[in-house]
Write a new protein. Structure first.
Length: 44
């Protein structure tokens, strides 16, 4: 983990890793995505 902080959306973690030799940053904000439904459909 690179950093962890608080934002308007709740806790945010900045992660770093490698995939096939390429460095990749991932911004993990569960409050924005950990919910029922999907970007294309309601939770029904």
């Amino acid at each position: 983990m690179v950093a962890e902080l608080q934002s308007f959306a709740g806790p945010v973690r900045l992660l770093f890793g490698h995939f096939n030799g390429v460095g990749i940053y991932l911004i993990d904000v569960p409050e924005l995505y950990d919910r029922p439904g999907s970007p294309y459909h309601d939770m029904s």
